[in-house]
Write a protein that binds this ligand. Structure first.
Ligand SMILES: NC(=O)c1ccc[n+]([C@@H]2O[C@H](COP(=O)([O-])OP(=O)(O)OC[C@H]3O[C@@H](n4cnc5c(N)ncnc54)[C@H](O)[C@@H]3O)[C@@H](O)[C@H]2O)c1
Length: 447
């Protein structure tokens, strides 16, 4: 029946999806989950950085994002930029100017071809390699950094496929180097405060969250520079959630995913594609080569993730319809709900059935990092200051020899919905088993 009713959806898909779902629901997930391989090296959970006074950084990709991130890391005051790599000489020149404007020496420059990042990674004077290149380069660059003994900090999403997610996990475990996704939204003022409220039990037992990346990128996708040179192409080849981590990272942290719970199953459907085509036809000349492109990615992709402890997350992606920005950023439990855009709270004990301003909770729950560094963050950091707080926190963690907030298992789990949503959409919304990247090590509460 399903074979005929739903294009691309076979009986085998249905049986396979159902088998994987029921296997995981009965608690056999780590080794019943397809693609989970036996561990060859010890886990990277709770592995500390070696403490250091200053953090020696190499950066690969100094375009729009790389420039902003580099500025934030330099503004922490505890970073030395040793080397920068970009195939665009204007970008490396910008990195040099930026470094010098912050009182740093000229960095060594790389970028004579697309593989020159390997020479940056071969240097023996780096602690951390920051990667802010187009998506297809993230994994080869992070792997090269780790194999040469450096920690890797990778832009979002870190990986495109499940095989790439596993490659990051296995390389991190083998090399004993950390691989952290640079998920800046986890460091937002609101997100850090709501995380403290979740940990304090204000919302009771958490049952559901909502997360999204809804951002009108039509003009950027079609421009002839920067992201327009690469970010539209996945819309031609793929249909699913191309950019899951900004919304999902914070909600995963609210739920202690990988630290007491884990994502177990995902189902996903996409709407029809219409907005990018319509906008393209309206804005590009009839003889422009872009007019021949055929976009596969549905305007709105909606996934539902279910965790081992029975929580759900609705996760959406829409970068092409005219609509104000939102990441939803919502979390709900037995004692109350937080919802964002705008930030608002309702707790059972309020009893008035109406939203209250998050500000009512500032005195008790404003995160100490924001209390201490908020002014500097807002002045120097991108995205309302969260980029600076992220840089500051990672650099402090390395200097203090602490455990990173976000490890390779989070990096893989937050990126995996890209591949899993595409697989589910292709099979008419069939459940996809979420790999347990921790290999059974997830049911451990935070320290
Ligand atoms: N966290 C955030 O808020 C945020 C915001 C924007 C972009 N991003 C992410 O940052 C990354 C970069 O995005 P962007 O907006 O800076 O794009 P961009 O196109 O402006 O910059 C990419 C840079 O990478 C360089 N590059 C490409 N291939 C290279 C190679 N093989 N070796 C060296 N350099 C290479 C390009 O020349 C360019 O300068 C993407 O992964 C994107 O998703 C994250």
């Amino acid at each position: 029946m399903y074979d005929r009713a739903v294009p691309g959806f076979s009986r085998r898909d249905f049986i396979g999806g159902f088998t994987a779902l029921s296997a995981s629901l009965t608690g056999m997930m780590a080794f019943a989950t397809p693609g989970v391989k036996p561990r060859k090296h010890p886990s990277m959970r709770k592995v500390r950085f070696q403490a250091m006074d200053r953090v020696r950084v190499g950066i690969i990709g100094v375009g729009g994002r790389g420039t902003g991130v580099l500025s934030d890391f330099l503004n922490t005051g505890h970073v030395d930029l040793i080397a920068a790599c970009d195939i665009n000489p204007a970008a490396t020149a910008r990195a040099t100017r930026l470094a010098k404007s912050k009182g740093q020496k000229e960095p060594a420059l790389y970028g004579k071809n697309e593989k020159d990042f390997e020479n940056l990674c071969k240097r023996d004077d780096l602690d951390l390699v920051i990667i802010a290149t187009p998506w297809d380069w993230h994994v080869p660059m992070a792997v090269s950094a780790m194999k040469n003994g450096h920690h890797a900090a990778v832009e979002v999403p870190a990986a495109n496929t499940l095989a790439e997610c596993w490659k990051l996990v296995e390389t991190s475990e083998e090399t004993r180097r950390h691989c952290m996704i640079l998920e800046n939204c986890c460091y937002g003022y609101t997100e850090m405060m709501v995380k403290l409220m979740c940990d304090a039990g204000e919302f009771g037992e958490i049952v559901h969250g909502e997360a999204a990346y809804i951002h009108d990128l039509r003009a950027i996708l079609l421009e002839d520079a920067s992201e327009g040179l690469w970010r539209r192409f996945p819309h031609i080849k793929e249909n699913g959630n191309l950019y899951p981590t900004h919304g999902l990272g914070p909600v995963a942290q609210y739920m202690n995913v990988n630290r007491g719970d884990r994502f177990e199953t995902l189902v996903s459907l996409s709407s029809r594609e219409a907005s990018l085509t319509e906008y393209r036809d309206r804005t590009q000349a009839a003889d422009n080569a872009k007019r021949k492109e055929k976009y596969q990615c549905g305007d709105m992709n909606t996934s539902i993730l279910r965790t081992a402890k029975g929580r759900t997350v609705m996760l959406q992606h829409d970068v092409v319809t005219p609509r104000p920005y939102t990441r939803h950023n919502m979390i709900s439990g037995t004692k109350g709900t937080f919802a964002d855009y705008p930030a608002r709270i309702y707790l059972d004990r309020m009893g008035d059935d109406s939203w209250h301003d998050l500000k009512e909770f500032t005195d008790k729950y404003e995160h100490p990092y924001w209390r201490k560094n908020g002014e500097l963050a807002r002045k120097s950091g991108g995205h309302g200051g969260m980029d600076f707080i992220m840089a500051y926190r990672l650099v402090e963690t390395m200097r203090q020899g602490d455990v990173p907030d976000i490890d390779v298992y989070d990096t893989a789990a937050w990126s995996a919905p890209k591949a899993l949503s595409e697989a589910s959409v292709k099979r008419g919304g069939a459940p996809q088993a979420f790999p347990d990247f921790t290999r059974g090590d997830w049911d451990v509460k935070p320290k």
